[in-house]
Design a protein around this ligand. Structure first.
Ligand code: PMP
Length: 481
């Protein structure tokens, strides 16, 4: 299938190059950035590492106020399955605007919502879709996580929750408690299997098996201090945790462990959904059918939308048990329905699987030439490159220590070359690539060329070596160079 990338909205300078940049434009940009740092909260995040002022965007490309263009591999933190301003998304939004439909309707029924729900249900694992309910939540992923936790607590009458080390589920209180960094006593944190930094020191299938056994044991040992919880929440691929795909066999084990003990399984597919990992929903890789799915980001086609879908048996809520003013975003539903249909009709999940595998292969080639790449991993177009300090001598260490400072430099060098990437992982030492699913082969090559170049520059800056060593680095930037 050929995925066509719409032409950029307006002609501009070459990506990342300052051509077309005028003194007036630069002055305006610097003014905006200065006012932002003076007026916005100290909690701002992306704005710190990506000091750009986007004014126009199409597909993979963002154009800054200074005329520079960037290849965007952050994609609104994985939201933009079709890239920026895809024509089918814009058309769907315009259609609603032109129709005179109300834009705010609380949770009333509308044709737009009806069409979105039908399209969404058509994509769900059939065993769930056959008997599913949907709750439209307040607009962020974290709102839907809160709803899921509340739903299973109401349905089971229990309060405890199982979640995993390294998890990220959002920033509101309940979602934060379920995330890796929190300490809520109602939440029991279990080991998430990791190959590269396996908590049991073995990695692979054996590591995942030990992680599963620990979970089982905790639930069955009457003296473990863990009572039967209201639910288990997991990400099929941990995103913010450092792009760690869960092995399929482990996913099936978690399904079996929870089913045998009547513990609802909640799959947080906020980031992994809508084709991102090479299947429409990441749970499809393992064939697991969860009891609850938490969906946001790409389902709104770039606008805010979040829902949970769940087995009707769990629908123990009284009317009004979960409410919220902004549950009826008509533009997001229209944009989302168009996105879901486009991904399904154009088999973009398959495309993500093929292209993602190719990109991983090339990154692995790069890793072979650059010891500072400790690990390359991912699924589909959710890719992570873990940067490490390889020279550190610790014979007992499973893997060299992560190198967050190098990761920051790589991110900055990428930006200088017109490539936007995000950092993730426990210590922010993982460079993350989340390009749109519409990425063309040529664009993928351009992204990897820029990344390879940025990596070599960052490495030189961090570990200056003799000229011969530098020359070798420049030549070894991956198989396609
Ligand atoms: N769950 C997962 C898996 C996520 O990756 C995120 C956001 N990165 C969230 C929940 C929270 O979504 P939001 O930022 O929209 O609240």
């Amino acid at each position: 299938m050929a995925v066509t990338e719409p032409a950029p909205a307006a002609p501009s300078a070459a990506p990342g190059r300052p051509g077309g940049r005028t003194a007036a434009k630069s002055g305006a940009l610097e003014g905006i950035l200065r006012r932002q740092s003076l007026r916005e909260s100290a909690a701002r995040t992306y704005a710190r590492s990506l000091p750009i002022v986007p004014v126009r965007a199409r597909g993979l490309t963002i154009e800054g106020a200074d005329g520079r263009r960037y290849l965007d591999c952050l994609s609104g933190a994985g939201t933009l399955a079709l890239g920026h301003n895809h024509p089918v998304v814009l058309e769907a939004i315009k259609k609603v605007l032109d129709s005179g439909a109300p834009l705010h309707v609380l949770d009333l029924a509308t044709p737009v919502k009806d069409a979105f729900t039908t399209e969404l249900f058509a994509t769900l694992p059939p065993a769930l879709a056959a008997d599913a309910r949907i709750q439209f939540c307040g607009p962020a992923g974290t709102d839907a996580v809160e709803a899921a936790l509340k739903l299973v607590r109401t349905a089971t009458g229990r309060s405890g929750l199982l979640s995993f080390t390294g998890a990220y589920h959002g920033m509101t209180a309940g979602a934060l408690d379920a995330s890796g960094g929190a300490t809520d006593v109602r939440v029991t944190r279990l080991p998430y299997p990791q190959n590269y930094r396996c908590p049991f020191g073995v990695g692979g299938e054996r590591g995942a098996e030990l992680a599963a056994r620990w979970t089982e044991n905790l639930l069955d040992d009457p003296k473990s201090g863990v009572t039967t919880p209201a639910g288990m929440i997991l990400e099929p691929v941990q995103g913010e945790g450092g792009v760690i795909p869960a092995p399929d066999a482990w996913m099936r084990r978690m399904r079996a462990v929870t089913a045998a003990r009547s513990i609802p399984l909640i799959a947080d597919e906020v980031q992994t959904g809508v084709g991102r990992t090479g299947a429409f929903w990441a749970v499809e890789h393992s064939g697991v059918v969860p009891d609850v799915m938490v969906l946001s980001k790409a389902i709104g086609g770039s606008l805010p939308l979040a829902v949970i879908v769940y087995r009707s048996e769990l629908d123990a809520w009284e009317p009004g048990a979960h409410a919220g003013t902004f549950r009826g975003n008509q533009l997001a539903m229209a944009a989302g329905a168009a996105t879901l249909a486009y991904v399904r009709e154009n088999r973009l999940a398959d495309r993500a699987a093929t292209l993602g595998a190719r990109m991983l292969g090339r990154l692995q080639g790069l890793a072979a030439a650059h010891p500072c790449i400790g690990d390359v991993r991912g699924r589909g177009l959710m890719i992570g490159v873990e940067l490490v300090a390889p020279d550190t001598d610790d014979p007992d260490a499973l893997a060299p220590p992560v190198d967050p400072a190098l990761a920051v430099t790589v991110q900055r060098e990428c930006l200088d070359r017109g490539l936007i990437v995000e950092l993730g992982g426990r210590h922010s030492g993982v460079v993350r690539l989340l390009p749109p699913l519409t990425l063309s082969d040529e664009q993928a090559e351009a992204v990897l060329d820029r990344f390879a170049d940025a990596l070599a520059a960052a490495e030189r800056a961090h570990r200056p070596g003799p000229p011969a060593y530098d020359a070798r680095l420049r030549n070894d930037t991956g198989p396609s160079h």
